[in-house]
Write a protein that binds this ligand. Structure first.
Ligand SMILES: *Cc1c(COP(=O)(O)O)cnc(C)c1O
Length: 337
């Protein structure tokens, strides 16, 4: 941890100082006293929300950090662990673009270690990219944009052989057919797991990202965050929506992914459908820009990843509703004809 962060005294909110109940005359925060549903500041510690997420995830609330999307813990991890210009981080590539943006914003050099052609990860190559100034390793599994889940042994080997923090981004873990690392947090003091409500939980618009780690790390992230990072509306709506189970939707998306992958494999236009444990498929074609444009003409927007090293010729296609997937297939078939 950076020394200035270790010594940081957080902003003390009005509601930190008052530890009583809910009933009373609140004239401690210069709020407007007239109730309109939003006149009060939100709970800076998100106690209710953490209690519910703790239940759902089977983990103690003290090991949960809630951020304004995953973007927030991604940025905070650089700020907490890496001295700008001096200390560095290592990430796999191709992977999620935010690691690079957050590293650059914080003036932290990010060393990218290229995945193999099949998107597998050579752990020795990754570890060789670290030096005595490396504080963070970023692993995304299932990886975006490739879609593959790394074997547990791969992640374990990194955790055991690197003495800084390992951030494991599990944004897509709900779509994978093997479990992630959340239940194994105890085994690895240097593990931070990121998850999000933006994908399987269907709450991208509410902005809620999660970090799980040992208590000391969570306590530090909480000290550095903006005090009221999760607004009243998000806290309330997320609590409500967490009561709607997502199992059926996730099952359907996974079954649609399998179906779509199978059908796409049969199209001559598509040279390769990469195996996916996420809610998207990475496909390789000869003319990615051409296919992209033809899809746009049909009102279908996919992500062109073809200019990214390792993803040459590739488009990333999210799994939609069955009707949407059907339409995508029809258009792709018509391009083949
Ligand atoms: C979509 C995604 C996220 C989620 O970001 P939010 O800010 O929580 O919406 C995190 N990591 C990866 C790799 C993603 O693809």
């Amino acid at each position: 941890m950076r020394e200035n962060i270790r010594n940081l005294a957080p902003y003390s909110t009005a509601r930190d100082e008052y530890q009583g109940g809910e009933i009373g005359i609140f004239i401690d925060a210069n709020e407007n006293p007239y109730d309109n549903g939003y006149n009060r500041y939100p709970d800076p510690h998100q106690k209710q929300l953490k209690a519910r997420i703790a239940q759902i995830k089977g983990i103690e609330p003290q090991r949960i950090f809630i951020g304004n999307g995953s973007d927030e813990p991604i940025d905070l991890l650089f700020r907490v662990f890496c001295e700008p210009k001096v200390q560095n981080a290592v990430a796999i590539a191709p992977s999620y673009g935010m690691y690079k943006v957050a590293a650059a914003t914080n003036d932290v050099p990010l060393r990218e270690v290229q995945l193999e052609a099949d998107f597998s990860l050579d752990v020795d190559k990754l570890l060789n990219a670290t030096d005595e100034n490396t504080r963070l390793i970023w692993i995304c599994s299932p990886n975006n944009p490739s879609g593959n889940l790394f074997p547990a042994e791969t992640v374990e080997k990194i955790l055991r052989n690197f003495h800084g923090m390992v951030v494991l981004d599990e944004a897509y873990i709900d779509f994978a057919d093997r479990p992630g690392f959340l239940s194994r947090l105890d085994e690895f003091p240097n593990l931070v797991i990121l998850q999000t409500l933006s994908k399987a939980w269907g709450m991208a618009g509410l902005r809620l990202g999660l970090a799980f780690a040992r208590e000391e790390v969570i306590e530090t992230l909480s000290r550095v965050k903006y005090p009221y990072n999760i607004n009243v509306v998000t806290q309330k709506l997320v609590l409500e929506r967490l009561e709607n189970p997502i199992d059926d939707q996730v099952r359907e998306i996974v079954s649609e992914r399998r179906k779509l992958a199978e059908e796409m494999t049969r199209l001559p236009l598509i040279k390769k459908v990469f195996p996916s444990d996420a809610n998207f498929l990475l496909i390789r074609v000869d003319d990615p820009r051409g296919v992209y444009n033809r899809l746009i003409e049909a009102g279908i927007i996919v992500r062109d990843r073809s200019r990214i090293r390792g993803c040459e010729g590739c488009l990333r296609v999210s799994i939609g509703t069955p009707a949407e997937n059907e339409r995508v297939l029809d258009v792709l078939k018509s391009l083949d004809a």
